[in-house]
Unconditional design. Structure first.
Length: 130
């Protein structure tokens, strides 16, 4: 049996704001935006190079609304790998992406933490060579 993680749900306050950020500022592809009726949509976005996609899910009810931006308890919960940290860091900053710290080199590569408009923390990582 072959298995893979295909989607990771990300609770947001608004579908269109999420699409604007992930597809606009980060350059992800909009894979699907299907109206499901009753105000619900099936929205999938993913980095152009592929990998797991995000299922952008609009919060419904107080419990989901309370989880927006804190789905991982304040930890970095999403990791975006790049082949050119300097290029993507500069491009993201130029598009208004807020980095919470200066980039740093670690044993595993060059990394910088940014916050999406909903409060989720992300690592932008260029892995170290072999």
């Amino acid at each position: 049996m072959t298995q893979r993680i295909a989607l990771v749900a990300l609770v947001v306050p608004d579908y269109d704001a999420a699409i604007a950020f992930y597809c606009g500022a980060l350059g992800f592809d909009l894979l699907e935006d299907t109206d499901m009726g009753a105000g619900k949509r099936w929205v999938r976005v993913a980095p152009k190079a592929g990998g797991a996609a995000l299922l952008v899910a609009k919060a419904h009810g107080p419990a989901q609304e309370a989880a927006i931006g804190n789905q991982t308890g304040g930890r970095v919960g999403f990791f975006l790998e790049t082949d050119d940290f300097a290029r993507d860091h500069a491009a993201f900053r130029n598009k208004g992406v807020v980095f919470t710290e200066e980039p740093r080199r670690e044993a595993y590569g060059t990394v910088g933490v940014f916050r999406d408009p909903f409060g989720n923390l992300w690592d932008l990582i260029e892995p170290a060579g072999p």
